[in-house]
Design a protein. Sequence first.
Length: 343
Amino acid sequence: MRITVLMGGTSAERDVSLATGLRVAEALRSRGHQVSTVDTVRGSLSVEEEANLLAAGTVKTAPPSSESLARMGRAALPATVRVLPNPTDTDVAFLALHGGSGEDGTIQAILDLAGIPYTGSGHLGSALAMDKDLSKHLFRAEGVTTADWVMAPREPSPEFLARAVETLGLPVIVKPSKQGSTVGLSVVKEAGALAPAIAEAFRHDDEVMVEAFVAGRELTVGILGDEALPVGEIIPKHEIYDYECKYTAGMAVEVFPADITDAQRETAQEQARRAFQALKLRGYARIDFRMSEAGEMFCLEANTLPGMTATSLIPQAAAAAGIDFPILCERIVELALEAYGKR
């Protein structure tokens, strides 16, 4: 099969995307597929360029600076359109993009117009999942429990700050509404730190969410087709599962399957399936939860193009279900072609 892996881009998750794309390409080649790789900013990658990126190690302990990403974006022409595969040259596009226009439905809509099958969710589901505010409204409509939240104005008044603390309590989570990998996220424990945290989050997005903090355990459920994969637990070295813990070996312990009761496992998987359906997702996704000390599940978010790096969670969940990484990548491609055939 001819597969084009799209990766890179100019989001804050660029490094993660490159690591995902290179690993996916390697896995699909091991299954005998004809694979080409494309950085949506720089264009097609040669085998030598892939090898150099792999040797250098692409994921650092912090995301690229907004300044470097802005420079990259200005230097690139509307590159995403320019480097898209020709429908006659590829059977399917494997989307290894994270964040930004790669995960928010933009490139999915372009691929739909071009008639190119692609992995993951469609443009609507991708857009809904990227917007955490809309996601939480849809979760609740589908019976998926999620923590209380408010959306912050760019210049919050003292009245807003006081009302947010009174409504949600402390600590709270402050995060960009349309970012991933905890980029721009803060845990606020004191009222005086709320305004600076909101300002920091606005550096990464035009909408910011303030969400009640749920004390407890971090769980995750992968969805592959119609199947909920084994529930995993993440035990980070930091207070939260932040960027460094996600992408630095040894900064988190991931347990698959999680050491939870059968009832808790069934609840998490059912809630994950409902969240998947609520956002009209398809193919595969990862749904993240916090389980409170009382055992209640609170859905945090859905990731429509979850990481596929060496430390990523979906591959670990699949392995716990007896699915090795190359087979997982191939199954994701098959799901994309099945979805395209139903259109």
